[in-house]
Each structure stands twice: as C-alpha cells, then as structure tokens.
Design a protein around this ligand. Structure first.
Ligand code: SDX
Length: 428
C-alpha cells in the first residue's frame, strides 16, 4: 500500500499517491488533480515539478552527485571514452568490446554529409552563429534521410538513426566553423577516433593534417563525457516537449539546440569567458563584479555560478578544474584567465551572498578555459556543449516514446480581462 498525500482545499480533501524512486526521491503523483478537483498547481520554471520518470541520469544537488545509468560521473570520466559513455546513456549498459566496435563502426560510417547538404553551408553569412547553423542543418539532414523521420525507438532503425545524429553533429559543427573562418572544409577521416576525427575536421589544413595529441584527445573526450546528460535541464526538457507531439527525432533535437543556446544554459560557457576577459582587462577589483551580481536592479549575473539543482559543488566543475591544470601543464600553456577564474572562485566562496544562496561554480565555469587550452575557438563553445549533450537528448527522446508519454501541455492561471463586449472601430 503506497503512502498517500492529502490536499485540503475549499473544505474538501483529495488524496494522491506518494511515489519513491530508486534513489529514494519522493514525489506526489498529481496527474488526476485537475480531473478530481478542478484545481491546478503553479510552479513557474518547474523547480518543484517532475515531468517524467527516467532511468538515464541521477543528480543529487545537495551532495553534488551525478550518475549516468548508476555509474558515478567521477568513474565514467576517469575510465570511459565519450563513445562508451554515449552507448551507456543510449542503451543503459556499458558496451562489451564487440558492441563498442559495432557502435564505433556505425559512427564512422555516418560521419560524411550528403554532397547536397554541404552546399547549404555556403548559403550562410560568414558571421552566422554556429548554433543557428547547427539547429538548421540538423533539421535539414532529415530532408536527405527521409527514412529517419518515422524512426521507431528500438532495433536497427533506432541504432542507425541515433548513430547518424551522434556522428553528423560533429561534421556539421566542424563544417560550420570552417565556413565561418573562410577555410576549406575537411571531410571526415574514418581512420580517426570520434574526437580525433572532429579535431581533424576542425583544424587540418590542405597541406597539413592536424596531429591529434593524446592530451587534447583525452581532454575533449572528458569535456564531452561531462556534458553527455543531466536530467531534465532546459534543453532536454525542450527535446521531450517537442518529441511528445511525436515530432521526429531530428526536429526535436534541433529545438533542443535552440534552448541550449541561451546564456543561462549552454551559452554560459561562452559568457563565462567573456566575463573573465572583462574582469582581466577592466582593471576593476573583483568586489565591483560581486556587487553588480548582488544588485537586484542590475541584470548582471556571475556566469558559471549557481544552478537550479546543485546547491553544492557541481561535480563536473571539480573534474574540469583539475583537467585544466593537467592540460595546461602538459601543453605548457600559461593562461591568465585561469588565474582570474581561481581568484574569482576563491573570492565568491567566502561571500555571504553566494554562500547563503548555495551558489557554487557549475559545469560552465571551467569548461571554456579547457576548450581554449585545446584550441577550440570561443564561438564554438556552446556547439561543443551540444555535441556532448547529443546522447542525453536522444536517450530522453527514446525514453519518452518507450513510456508512451502523453503530449506535453501545461495549464495556466488566466489573469487578463474578463468578458467584455466588442466595440466596433467606428465607435472607438
Ligand atoms: C547549465 O539544468 C541543468 O542541469 C543545466 C546544466 C546542464 O548540464 O544541462 O547544468 C548546464 O545550464 C549550468 C548553468 C549555466 N548558467 C549560468 O552559469 C548562468 C548564471 N547562473 C544563473 O543564471 C542561475 O544560477 C541559473 C540560471 C543557473 C539557475 O537559476 P535559478 O535556479 O532560477 O536560480 P535563481 O535565479 O532563482 O537564483 C536564486 C538566487 C537569486 O537571488 P534571490 O532572488 O534569492 O535574492 O540566487 C541568485 C538569484 O539572483 N543567483 C545569482 C546567480 N545565480 C543565482 N546571483 C548572481 N549570480 C548568479 N550567477
């Protein structure tokens, strides 16, 4: 017999089941609330509202815990490649050697773009934001692969479509960068690893193939692993909402790319670097920025700090911070933005405003410094987040269909004008 929650409103009592998840999280199942009482709940930003039951990722914000399919992020980050992580998130289990070989082969097979697709890149203006190109081109891919429009969520068809998306997101991203930089595109090289092939497509030149260093390859794998999924964040929820109308996977993911673009979400890694550059170049004391961040009349926020769920350190930030030190040492890089970031973090962690609001560095605070260390240009930072998040978006879209979830359609409380008679134009 499950525990019950009782709601007493307007002199009536309503009972609802209390549900407990596998990590002992508790929710009140109110899916019949409106039908039974005519009442709805209100939760702008959905900070207190569960949208689904999911077995993909678990986050404990109070303890700074993140697990992919039950594996702690620290272990996945230390022991897995991004390809293994993507397989785990998509299928729920780590691949055995044969499964990994087959999955990697599919990713290699799907790396090239249809020739006619390549021509579309030349239609974008040079200064086109890469996230706009990525979202547009992901939708466009389905025009050249109509078979993916009706993809089921199981079997070979799903495997093929998921691999196609995971693979082509790299190619589209690298092509977008090369076109914007006025450089010739580099076609994928099937002899390279997932990350090695991306770096080749980004940085090889006609006369000089990019040499993938193990340090950079490892750092990029780690960056993508840490971004692979994160429960029902803004962009993943967007993929689920669009997918709930039974829109195809490509259009659902394209919508997720647009949600990720915002500076409060995936755009934060770029905003952090611009903020650190401003702090470094302004000559202003850090106190100036902290006071701006506290000023309710000032829209300025300290980018890379705070999180809807983490009220402790974001474990990804801790892993990235360590990785930045390792990569800068291995590549003999001196980046004074890291010094600015470390000083800012130390300053903030002693400030009552931030302590009292549990504002800690999030995944975006150090990610940009790592990307800069491995040579990724600033305008590609949020695109890198999208490449990393692709497995999580696809897995959530799949889970939504596996659970045959209803179309998303929240309610509202109307606060506008009540009924009034229409006044003809001649009488106004
Ligand atoms: C990501 O959801 C995910 O999982 C996202 C993500 C993922 O992997 O998908 O983890 C990736 O998007 C990380 C977040 C990246 N964004 C930023 O770094 C932008 C800066 N951070 C803030 O905008 C903010 O912290 C959010 C958007 C991340 C969280 O916003 P919430 O949950 O709506 O928190 P809030 O705005 O209600 O903040 C609570 C208080 C407020 O002050 P009071 O009204 O209580 O006085 O904390 C303050 C806020 O003003 N606050 C900040 C702040 N973040 C929150 N004050 C200054 N600087 C900040 N960064």
């Amino acid at each position: 017999m499950s525990e019950k929650a009782t709601l007493n409103v307007g002199g009536k009592s309503y009972e609802f089941d209390v549900i407990t998840g596998s990590e002992n999280e508790t929710c009140i199942d109110i899916q019949n609330l409106r039908k039974e009482s005519g009442i709805i709940t209100m939760d702008p930003g959905f900070g207190n509202t569960g949208s689904c039951y999911s077995s993909i990722t678990y986050v404990d914000g109070a303890k700074g815990i993140l697990k992919y399919r039950g594996y702690p992020i620290e272990e996945v980050a230390a022991k897995a490649s991004f390809t293994e992580t993507a397989y785990l998130i998509l299928y729920g289990e780590l691949p055995n050697p044969q499964e990994l070989r087959k999955f990697s082969a599919r990713l290699k097979e799907h790396a090239p773009l249809h020739t006619n697709l390549e021509h579309h890149f030349s239609g974008f203006p040079r200064e086109a934001p890469p996230m706009a190109i990525l979202s547009a081109m992901l939708n466009l891919v389905s025009c050249f692969h109509p078979e993916v429009l009706e993809v089921p969520t199981t079997g070979e068809e799903f495997d093929r479509t998921a691999s196609l998306l995971l693979s082509k997101v790299r190619t589209i991203s690298a092509f977008a960068y090369r076109m914007a930089a006025g450089k010739p595109i580099n076609h994928p090289n099937p002899n390279l690893s997932y990350c090695g092939n991306f770096l080749h497509m980004m940085f090889s030149d006609p006369h000089q193939e990019y040499e993938v260093s193990p340090v950079v390859d490892r750092a990029l794998n780690l960056f993508l692993i840490l971004h692979a999924d994160h429960e029902q964040n803004c962009s993943t929820s967007t993929v689920r909402v669009v997918g709930s109308s039974r829109a195809n996977l490509f259009s659902s993911i394209s919508a997720g790319v647009c949600a990720l673009w915002g500076p409060l979400h995936g755009g934060a890694n770029t905003a952090v670097m611009m903020m650190l550059e401003d702090i470094k170049n302004s000559g202003r004391p850090l106190r100036y920025y902290l006071d701006k961040a506290k000023d309710k009349n000032d829209p300025f926020k300290l980018m890379g700090f705070g999180h809807r769920v983490y009220k402790n350190f974001d474990p990804r930030a801790l892993i990235l911070k360590e990785q930045v030190h390792q990569v800068q040492k291995a590549l003999n890089i001196q980046d004074n933005l890291l010094d600015v970031a470390l000083e800012l973090e130390e300053f903030i962690l002693k400030d009552d405003y931030f302590i009292s609001r549990n504002l800690y560095p999030n995944v975006d605070f150090y990610s940009g410094i790592l990307l800069r260390a491995i040579g990724i240009p600033l305008k590609m930072y949020t695109v890198m987040f999208a490449i990393g998040r692709m497995p999580g978006w696809i897995a959530n879209w799949k889970e939504l269909h596996d659970h045959n979830q209803r179309i998303s359609r929240p309610r509202q409380i109307y606060t506008g004008e009540t009924t009034r008679s229409f006044v003809p134009l001649t009488e106004r």
